[in-house]
Design a protein around this ligand. Structure first.
Ligand code: ADP
Ligand code: ADP
Length: 222
């Protein structure tokens, strides 16, 4: 069964002057354990697709199924649970919280979920797993390099053990050597069974995926 399925998904942004068809009748299935790269020129609908799949936004029409659930049938609480438990998000700009230290950044989704501080040591374990030196746990994001910030962001994305990782240009702010390290880490997480959907412009980054889906003008063209 597909872990992500879109059936005739259309997304229209209504602007004061006109309507923008960002996704035009897109159908797509992504299976458990796949690593998919979403490619295509700027403005072709890649981010819009990722936002729909991540349940950050709802389609104008069509059906979206995440792990077999029709997201249209879920209420707000159920949608929040689905986003939190099934999906990890990794962004180009890392999106760490500047005032929290690195351990607290990773712990934060657990605090939102359990309404209390973590007492299992799991955030530290994840930070070690992504290769962050333990002397760095209590530093703030602005005290570490971009590559290290992306490692922390990956640890945060993993803290609720999601089966899906959504990555929007995960190497977009990194040099090529650091990009290789981050991509090898994502490839390993995929080998461990996580499904990865990654938007990228970059051929070297896309090489880590098993399948490329090319968008143009809101449609799949390849
Ligand atoms: P990509 O990620 O491939 O660059 P996007 O999904 O960001 O493409 O954009 C697809 C189209 O939708 C573009 O024409 C873009 O201008 C438009 N668009 C994206 N987000 C919005 C928004 N929030 N409001 C209005 N138009 C948008
Ligand atoms: P990476 O290969 O992980 O990107 P760098 O080679 O950029 O790491 O950084 C080397 C060392 O310098 C690291 O230990 C990192 O923590 C430190 N460092 C990098 N940027 C900063 C910064 N803005 N402030 C403090 N330390 C930094």
């Amino acid at each position: 069964n597909p872990v992500i399925a879109l059936e005739n998904v259309t997304k229209i942004y209504s602007l004061p002057t006109d309507d923008v068809i960002a996704l035009d009748n897109v159908s797509l299935e992504i299976f458990e354990g796949e690593f998919v790269a979403i490619m295509g020129p700027s403005g072709s609908g890649k981010s819009t697709l990722l936002n729909q799949v991540g349940c950050l936004d709802v389609p104008t029409s069509g059906n979206l199924y995440i792990d077999g659930k029709d997201v249209k049938t879920l209420n707000d609480d159920e949608l929040t649970d689905l986003r939190r438990d099934k999906i990890g998000y990794i962004f180009q700009k890392f999106n760490l919280i500047p005032l929290l230290d690195l351990k607290e950044n990773v712990e934060y989704p657990l605090i939102l979920k359990n309404k209390k501080r973590d007492d299992t040591g799991y955030p530290q374990k994840l930070l070690e797993m992504v290769g962050l030196d333990s002397t760095r746990m209590f530093h703030r994001p602005n005290e570490i390099s971009g590559g290290q910030q992306q490692r922390v962001a990956i640890a945060r994305a993993l803290v609720n053990s999601p089966k899906i990782l959504l990555c929007d240009e995960p190497t977009g702010n990194l040099d090529s050597k650091t990009s290789v390290q981050i991509m090898e880490m994502l490839a390993e997480l995929n080998r461990q069974g996580r499904t990865i959907v990654m938007v990228t412009h970059d051929d070297d980054t896309a090489k880590y995926a098993h399948r490329r889906i090319i968008f143009a003008d809101g449609r799949i063209v390849g």
